[in-house]
Design a protein around this ligand. Structure first.
Ligand code: ARG
Length: 576
């Protein structure tokens, strides 16, 4: 139920009658623990000042002229000028009943849009490292939310599988006469890559050879492309394993890497030339952008073709936008890419707008994220500056979960231990990532990831386990319970109100592309359940009506947790 929206709409209607702008924002919030009301409008004071009216009188008149809405039982004003809303208990109980019966927990779908989401996008000939965690995990969660809300989502794994790196890698493989490339493992391939890079940077002859190979690749030279394909496959096979163990929805069919666009690049250059967007200077094709200045204060140039006629990362991204807009007919394109590419992507968007590849009904957004740090605030690498492989982190987390589970249940059979520790271990790293503000850097601390008493996946998964075990122990068929839900105390009301916030929370998490909004919500919901469980009887409640009502209520909490975690790509277990 979108309570916030309903209240907002109604109060805005009245605000407009009082001279406010139709786009004004009354700032509806859910009340904090200290307040007694259920919802609050905090923006009335600002609006009244703008209209040069006395805040309190203004607020009084605004609420007097608000239409009666069923879900509100009382509206009050508190100092200096906050408007407080109290939710009608009977209404709350009825809504819970509806949610209880509904698979989607009463959550409505949005107007369907076609949304292309560019995420994960690792590079070839390298292991996926901790830096890929953010784009992969955040992107995948938002994609799940979009699909749940009814959108037509096109996942795109824009892997870095083209460009001069492959020229140099193949030149190296040729030079060293390396055979049986298919059987090389990624470890070795990564070493070849590093060695070839060193050679490329120091040896001009090798550099020339590498460039020649890239040109051959553009000309579809069979021999070069066959080596290239093998290199790509070695990497993809490893990445596939990571996606699988991390429970990421990206599949091989979602791979549309840089190489996919290679035959479109010539036309992009011609088109930008024809549209007088690009310039030709010292053999290079460059687009100068007014809004971007370089250090000298001159218009910044984005090179889109080198003097040797090869193309760049930028040319591919421009072609890619054209493809997503004209062929895929996207309504929206979203990029989950590191903040360091912010300026670059802005330039690409600007060029694409000029070329009319981005039309006015297409929204293109870059959702950036910060860096994962070590405790000493340095980027999360090994002490000798090596990137930490994602697979190492996954394995470590599973190992740690195993020992936690064994402490709780020494008799667990080994198969189940394997299964559960995977769910807990993977959930822990994903949740730790998702619960952080995407835009900020964060410190990766093993100590905090699997804590049982704070905002972690295991805390929420554990609340779910407790509820499921209560339901199992009371031994009733939950769907056959005839008693209706009745709210008998304040904590129960808090739990109920939290449940009803779920739809607002999902919508907000998607709108801002902040999965941490959903994480915080699930944590609070679990906390409220625990408080309720500590203070009131459920299993041993004597009054059958109350007992059944409480069981229904906690069952909805469990359903909400399960759905919420699944939107984060995290699994639940029934018992530990
Ligand atoms: N492969 C790039 C990297 O690892 C990310 C690609 C992002 N997507 C894009 N369309 N440029 O930095």
């Amino acid at each position: 139920m979108q309570i916030k929206n309903i209240i907002k709409k109604e109060i805005i209607k009245s605000l407009i009658l009082h001279g406010a702008d139709k786009n004004c924002d009354p700032i509806i919030t859910t009340s904090s623990d200290k307040q007694t009301s259920d919802y609050q409008a905090n923006g009335i004071i600002g609006i009244s000042i703008k209209l040069k009216k006395k805040p309190k009188e203004f607020a009084e008149s605004v609420i007097k002229n608000m239409q009666k809405i069923r879900l509100i039982s009382k509206i009050t004003i508190s100092n200096p000028c906050f408007v407080n809303f109290f939710i009608n208990l009977k209404f709350l109980e009825k809504e819970l009943e509806k949610i209880f019966l509904c698979k989607r927990l009463g959550i409505q779908k949005q107007i369907k849009k076609r949304i292309v989401v560019d995420y994960s996008s690792p590079n070839i000939a390298k292991h996926m490292h901790v830096g890929h965690l953010r784009s992969t995990v955040i992107g995948d969660s938002i994609v799940r939310i979009m699909e749940f809300l009814g959108h037509d989502v096109i996942r795109e794994n824009h892997i870095g599988d083209w460009g001069h790196q492959y020229g140099m890698l193949i030149a190296y493989i040729n030079k060293k006469k390396i055979k049986n490339i298919k059987n090389i493992n990624l470890e070795k391939l990564e070493r070849y890559y590093q060695k070839s890079k060193k050679k490329f940077d120091t040896n001009n002859k090798f550099k020339k050879q590498s460039k020649e190979i890239l040109i051959k690749m553009y000309k579809n030279d069979k021999k070069c492309l066959s080596i290239w394909k093998k290199i790509v496959n070695i990497t993809l096979l490893e990445n596939e394993k990571i996606y699988k163990s991390l429970n990421i929805t990206l599949k091989p069919i979602h791979i549309k890497g840089e190489s996919f666009y290679k035959d479109m690049l010539k036309n992009i250059i011609l088109d930008l030339k024809k549209k007088k967007i690009s310039n030709f200077k010292n053999g290079k094709t460059i687009v100068y952008l007014k809004n971007f200045k370089n250090k000298l204060g001159n218009n910044m140039g984005v090179v889109i073709q080198n003097s040797d006629k090869t193309f760049l990362y930028s040319t591919i991204d421009i072609a890619c936008i054209k493809y997503r807009s004209k062929i895929l007919k996207a309504d929206k394109i979203i990029y989950y890419v590191d903040y360091r590419q912010k300026r670059y992507l802005k330039q690409i968007f600007e060029i694409s707008k000029k070329a009319k590849y981005i039309h006015k009904n297409l929204s293109v957004k870059h959702y950036e994220f910060g860096t994962i740090l070590r405790k000493d605030n340095k980027p999360f690498m090994t002490r000798n500056g090596k990137l930490i492989k994602l697979s190492d982190i996954i394995n470590k987390s599973i190992r740690k979960s195993k020992s936690i589970i064994l402490k709780k249940n020494v008799n667990i059979d080994s198969k189940r231990l394997e299964k559960i520790s995977k769910i807990i271990g993977i959930g822990a790293i994903k949740y730790f990532e998702l619960s952080k503000n995407r835009k900020k850097n964060y410190v990766f601390e093993w100590k905090k990831i699997l804590k049982l008493d704070s905002n972690t996946a295991i805390y929420i998964q554990y609340a779910y386990v407790r509820i499921m075990s209560i339901i199992k122990r009371v031994n009733i068929k939950i769907n056959e319970v005839k008693n209706r839900i009745i709210i008998t105390n304040d904590i129960e009301k808090k739990v109920a109100l939290k449940i009803l916030q779920f739809e607002d929370v999902i919508n907000e998490a998607l709108k801002k592309s902040y999965p941490n909004i959903l994480c915080n919500y699930l944590y609070k919901l679990s906390l409220n359940f625990s408080k309720f469980y500590e203070k009131y009887y459920i299993m041993s409640e004597q009054n059958k009506k109350i007992k059944n009502s409480r069981i229904k209520l906690i069952f909805i909490v469990a359903k909400t947790i399960k759905l919420g975690l699944s939107l984060l790509g995290i699994k639940t277990v029934k018992n530990i």
